[in-house]
Design a protein. Structure first.
Length: 399
């Protein structure tokens, strides 16, 4: 985990970039879940991408096909993918491809959009999808080609020391990324009009979280090499689908250990209230899996207030997660804690011994869909997955 690298190398349609991603496949965030148990906005997002992909002529037909099982549904992690909130991904959508050069593995991310992340209305949200497909991704692909790739791990480490906790807040990372990209943008050959559209995107609400997409693929690329180590009790993935919260453990293979998704405590935007939100949802808890996000909130005093916590609370939580983890990161250091490294390698045994589940920073998604992001906060992970994993570990390896 500590030695792993994360370099963004290209952006390509999921069907071309991800092995096994066939045209009739749609993937979603979280641990595996059946269609009839999914939260409404995740179902809406799946229906929307089915129409976008031509798998159905309209929403009603798409819903019937999904309900009958006429379209293949899988969770993102199974294919090495990640995506924010509802996390719905389909074959034509361009995914970020992140390479871990040390261990040779790849990880992917379809970027968070209102239609696929929050189940927003198709007619309104499809414009963002088309912009990403036709404008943003081609430009950023050209930038990456000019530059020879982008070091995501380096960006994240710098951003942490500049005030990003690396789940909800990426303002520092955005500045780092744009400073890096600036010399390459005019060399791509795109018109001033197109480059201006890209610039407008990066100062928008959607663009402010672009680096969060890199974070997810980067953290997955860094965590996956820790899989399948015999006798290891380290958590290698955490994900939520709005119903279940799941973890995967290094020494226990690809099995998901589940508990109830958490209630999000924080702030709703004007016109909404906290009760309008789903429970915790998304693949972005790969951030906390890597010791970032809620675990590293002590790096971001401003964001700690935004998610409804005092700075002293988040410092205490970071220190508690240090006790629950097996190591510290010598690169990802928190200035406000005398440059101590973030905790890395969450241990299922220590979590139970300390009764200390991680806190997951997150956005709020309207439970009925039809909107973009409606607020933000943090949710406590349940203890049940850790209990179930420890039991399974004892069954497999003995006490």
């Amino acid at each position: 985990m500590l030695a792993a690298e994360a370099v963004l190398t290209e952006i390509r349609p999921a069907g071309k970039a991800i092995p096994g991603f066939k045209p009739d496949l749609v993937t979603y965030a979280g641990p595996p879940i059946a269609w009839d148990r999914m939260i409404k906005p995740q179902r809406i997002a799946i229906v929307n991408v089915m129409v976008h992909e031509g798998l159905a002529d309209n929403a009603k037909e798409a819903e019937k096909k999904a309900n009958r099982g006429d379209v293949r549904l899988e969770h993102n992690h199974k294919l090495g993918n990640t995506s924010g909130m509802c996390g719905v991904t389909s074959a034509s959508l361009p995914v970020m491809v992140v390479r871990n050069k040390v261990h040779g593995n790849l990880a992917y991310n379809w970027q968070q959009t209102d239609m696929t992340a929050f189940g927003d209305e198709y007619k309104r949200a499809i414009k963002e999808i088309v912009f990403v497909e036709k404008v943003l991704s081609p430009v950023m692909t050209a930038v990456l080609k000019e530059a020879g790739g982008y070091n995501v791990k380096e960006m994240l480490a710098k951003g942490l020391q500049m005030g990003d906790e690396l789940h909800g807040n990426f303002d520092a990372c955005r500045g780092i990324f744009l400073n890096w990209a600036l010399p390459y943008l005019p060399r791509t050959g795109f018109s001033k009009k197109v480059l201006a559209q890209v610039g407008d995107y990066f100062v928008s609400n959607q663009g402010r979280w672009y680096c969060g997409n890199m974070m997810m693929a980067g953290c997955k690329a860094m965590m996956d090499p820790a899989r399948d180590i015999k006798h290891s009790t380290v958590v290698v993935a955490m994900a939520r689908n709005g119903v279940d919260f799941g973890i995967q453990v290094s020494g226990l293979g690809s099995e998901w250990y589940l508990g109830p998704a958490g209630v999000i405590k924080g702030f709703a935007f004007p016109g909404f209230k906290a009760e309008d939100s789903t429970l915790d949802v998304g693949d972005s808890a790969i951030s906390e899996t890597r010791g970032l996000g809620g675990t590293a909130s002590a790096a971001s005093p401003g964001h700690s207030r935004f998610v409804g916590k005092s700075w002293s609370d988040v410092i205490a939580h970071t220190n508690l997660m240090r006790q629950a983890s097996v190591s510290e990161d010598p690169l990802f250091r928190i200035p406000y804690l005398d440059f101590r490294g973030v905790p890395v390698g969450l241990d299922i045994r220590r979590v139970l011994e300390l009764q200390a589940p991680p806190k997951i920073n997150t956005a709020m998604c309207h439970k009925d869909g039809g909107h973009g992001m409606i607020g933000a906060g943090a949710a406590d992970a349940p203890l049940e997955p850790f209990k179930n994993a420890v039991k399974s570990f004892v069954d497999k390896y003995g006490k």
